[in-house]
Structures are given as C-alpha cells and as structure tokens.
Design a protein around this ligand. Sequence first.
Ligand code: SF4
Length: 442
Amino acid sequence: MADRFETGEGVPDDYEFEHRPETDQSFENALAKARDGDRLTVADGVELLTTGTDADGVDAGRKEEVTFVANLNNNVTTACNTGCLFCNFKDTAENFETDSDEAHSGFTKTPAGSREIVRDAVEMGVYEVTSVSGLHPGFALDQEHREILEASDRGDLNYKSPARYDTDPGTYCEQMAAMSVDGVHLHSMTPEEAYHARRGTDWSYEEVYGRLADAGLDSVPGTAAEILVDEVRDVICPGKMTSGEWLTAMEAAANVGLDTTATIMYGHVENEMHRAMHLKRVRDLQDRTGNITEFVPLSFVHETTPLYEYGMVDGGASDAADELMVAVSRLFLDNVEHVQSSWVKFGDAKGLKMLNCGADDFMGTILSEEITKRAGGDYGEFRSFDEYVDMITAVGRTPVERSTDYRQRRVIDLDDRPHGPELGPKADGTPILEARSRVADD
Ligand code: SF4
C-alpha cells in the first residue's frame, strides 16, 4: 500500500504549532548554566539553538553580520624618533633633515599632498580616511603652538623647525583641514599624537582635541595603547606617554564629542595579567565615556622590530593566544559593542577564524596612496568589496558595509555583483578600483 509520503493523502495543508522558539532566557545565562553543570531547561536549549541564527527567536539576525568599512589609509609621515621597540614603521627623524646624507625609505606629505590623495579616494567611494603618523619633530598643533615651540629654549620638547626638513608637514590642524574633504569621515590623532600636539604648553587634551575637531577631525583611533600597564610600557616604549596619560587623552576626546576606538597590542613581553589589566582599564574607561565604538586586538608582528632583533622576544602570540585574546576581549568588554578581527595582523585564514571567536568586524578596504595615485596590479593590503563579500559569505555570515561609528549599516545585496561602496559621500556602488578611471578622467 502506498503511504502518505507518496500520495500526499492525509497531509494537512495548513497547520500551526503550539510550541515556538521563543524564550526570555539569555544566551549568557544558558551558557553559564551549561558550564556550571546545571541541567538545561527547554528554554535554555531554545536560546542556545537560536543564538546567531535567523530563526524566530531571541538573538535573530544581528550576530550573523560581519561589518567592514570603505576606508583609505593616509599616513602623513614616517619621521619619528620616539624609538618604540616594537615598531618597524618609523624612520629616524634626523634622516629627513635637509642636510642629512642618510638614505631612508620614509615619506612626509604636505597638507596639499594629503588633500589630493583623500580627494581622489573620496571620488572612488571611501567613507573614511584613517591617518596615523610618526611624531615628526616639525609638527605643531597650529600656528599658536608653533610660535610657542619656536620661542621655547627648552631642549626636551622634541621640536625642530619644519624649515630644517626636506618636506614641511604643516601643522596638525592644517593636515586635518586638508584631509577633511567633501564630508569624508576623518579618523586620526591618536592619544600619542595629541600628546605631541600639546608639548611645551599647559593646554588640556580637551583644548587640543577641540581645536582638531574644529579643523575637521571626526573620531580618534585608540592606538598607542599597546599595553596599558606602565611596567610593560617602560620596556617596549619608554619614550611614550604613560597609561594614565593615554586614558586622560581618550577621556578628553570623549568630552569634546569625538568617538574613539580602543586597541591592545599583545604577544611581546607582556603576560596574561597585563592583558587582563588592560581590558579592565578599557572597560572602566568605557564606563566613564561610552564613546568607544570598537575594540581592536592587535597581535604583535615581530619581524624586523628591535624587540626581535635584540632577542627580547622570539616571536609573536601563538594561534591559541590570539583566539583567546579575541574571545576574552568579547566576554570581558561587556560595554563595547564591537570587536574587530584585524586581517592585516592575523592574515586572512586566522582573521576569518576570529569571526567565530567573538569578533564581528573585519576592518576596511585600506585603500592607499599607491592605489589611488599609481596604476598597476600591486594593491598591497587593499581588499575589494567583492573579496569581502566572498570571504564573509564563505564562512556563512552576512556582509555589511558600515560607517566608522557603526551608526549606518548596509546589508550587502549578494545578487548585485560587482559590489562597491554606497555609504561614502560620493559612493554610488561602483567598485573602488573601477571608480579609479573616473578619478583619472577628472
Ligand atoms: S611613536 Fe609610533 S611611529 Fe614612533 S616609534 Fe613609536 S610606534 Fe613607531
């Protein structure tokens, strides 16, 4: 006899279940009970089964998304003489002086040079320009600061007149004004740069960040945090500001209305106690300010750094330590909404894996001057929207273009290939590299 699967006989054509996947349980409670060895209830089971899925349940949708931003990196100068032992970015500032014979591979951009690069990138659809630079001795906050530095006879201010250098970087405020083109979001001036921008004065960080914001600054990268424990900073960056000063500067940025990010740079000489203390200080800061939009664990890249060359470290963090750092950051920072996976530090494979360890943001396109200005196939660290979409969907997640502050989000339509940015002031969905011809034609 044929059964009802073959005939369809007796199969109800309409039905409604009494039991639906709805709970008022929280995922964290359910997980904690499981860890404690408590027997799970049906509500616990439903909560765990629906977390991060699109089933009608408690945590639908949002956790499945992975965000990224269309951004440009425009660092103004590599001139620096702070001498951090983990840094391979800086070039000795003396080598940039006009009367130096030392060859160097670094660069300094004038405000006009920065503006041109940013303007082209905005035409190509970027939403954000990120700018983090070496502490060039010729930098001053603005003309008033320049006059104070020029008049000072103190020898400890790390200041030299820009006239002594091949290229004058202008003032910080001039650079901000130059890069603030056509409504692009300007993400710049780390606490360490703000420290440099007030040296030799008694100005508060509020004063400094206020002037920078007036010049065009929109938000502040919370880099230069390294490890916020002074006994570690004394070893890896003795020339840098203290942990307390970093926190003061970040709080000041918040006080004048700027969003910030926060970072940790781990996997060198510090230990797990330092990492946990760092997380606590970031969490306390966020309790006070509420303006930290994301936390970015940066795994120390040891090659070509003095720490490695002097034999003070023999490598960076292990894979397990990286995963734990992301996962524990996610759990510890209950007041910071987003954790970023930095594919530049982790590499692609591990970077994707971190999205399963608690990270929900996958950085940005990292357009560079080389791409906006020069033709050719070497795109360096650049990542296109199509690559983002392919990578994020390959791990079963939903790609979402975001603004720097995450207040604008656009779920990417997978059928609408090729993909390009839509949130930038001049973005119209054209892929970034294709838009380059539009820039070249102008
Ligand atoms: S201040 Fe920045 S650029 Fe200068 S040495 Fe330290 S990390 Fe490198």
